[in-house]
Design a protein around this ligand. Sequence first.
Ligand code: SAH
Length: 396
Amino acid sequence: MSNSGKKKRAGAGNGCVLYKKCGGCQLQNMNYEEQLSFKQAKVIRLLGRFCRVEDIIGMKDPTHYRNKVQAAFGVTRGGKIVSGVYQSASHRIVCVDDCRLEDRQADKIIVTIRKMLPDFKIIPYNEDSGKGFLRHVLVRRSFSTGEIMVVLVTASPMFRSSGHFVSQLLKKHPEITTVVQNINPSNTSMVLGDKEKVLYGSGYITDVLCSYKFRISPRSFYQINPVQTEILYNTAVEYAGLSGKETVIDAYCGTGTIGIAASKLAGNVIGVELNRDAVRDAIVNARLNGVKNIYFNCADAGKFMVEAARAGEKADVVIMDPPRAGSDESFLSSVVTLSPDRIVYISCNPETQARDISYLVKNGYECKKIQPVDMFPHTSHVETVAQLVRRRPARI
Ligand code: SAH
């Protein structure tokens, strides 16, 4: 393992008081070296048949890596206000004061808010009765710029004492740079609703990743472990093997992060993403960095690729980073038709990645490299980057 040393680091769960109740850290019975070995073995089991698997890249310090912390608010039967995570497979809240995966500052802010509620007569929302006001608090902190966003998710838009509440919160935590009220009146398990009101600051924070700036709004998708994300993106760009001339498709591009990171080494980059808000953020991010050779399309990646293949478009490299369910055959078959020289496949689920790589290998590609990266220490999740190269047609 890249991180093995003589000293054994403890798992987050070793000694965690919430160990049994929370369920968030599935591997907490293992120390960190054991976790890395476990994930390495999992990737080899699922992807090892395609090519040799590089040693997993772990973290030097696998604690407090989450830059985004979300806490549900509720009241116990005894009337105590609690905030934290849902107990696994239930809607009972496990009260969290500080979690070893989460950013410390974010946890402190959430505890402060919990303590402020009685003074402001703010009642947490009750899912069963539909009564109450505060549903969740979401805190995002940029580790690089230090900017902090607090999102108060409320069940209704009327926030009577909002000005006073925000000024009290800022007095206790002057490091907060923006506060947003998100309104979620619906009875779903989605944390955030569609409507937002900026209560303080700009309504977003800016993070720096791979020397590029990225704007993060309350609802933007953004990787939660910035230290490992840089490693992941750098590996993806390296696997793309760019010389400055290539046309690159960044499929499932989110807010354009990977495409922007690759842009200075590419001829041009085309990003494809289904979520409209993410595309909007991606356009802002490109502008923020003065990147002029990137274009974004709001579309289903499969449909976009089918049309590109039908129109006879050319792409030298396809970078793809689909959600856990993986890609689909319309996307993969169109990639094969476009026949890029290289495909870089980033995945948070090696099972669906194995299925998709298998399709590509059967259709003219060879898997050359696989790099696992530990993006989520103490959980069972593992991220992998694979490089596939088009096989040259056999000489006759
Ligand atoms: N590459 C980005 C985002 C990866 S997450 C990053 O590293 O930050 C996967 C993304 O795929 C999400 O932004 C999601 O909205 C998008 N997505 C999901 N299904 C899609 C589809 N059918 N077509 C295009 N994008 C899709």
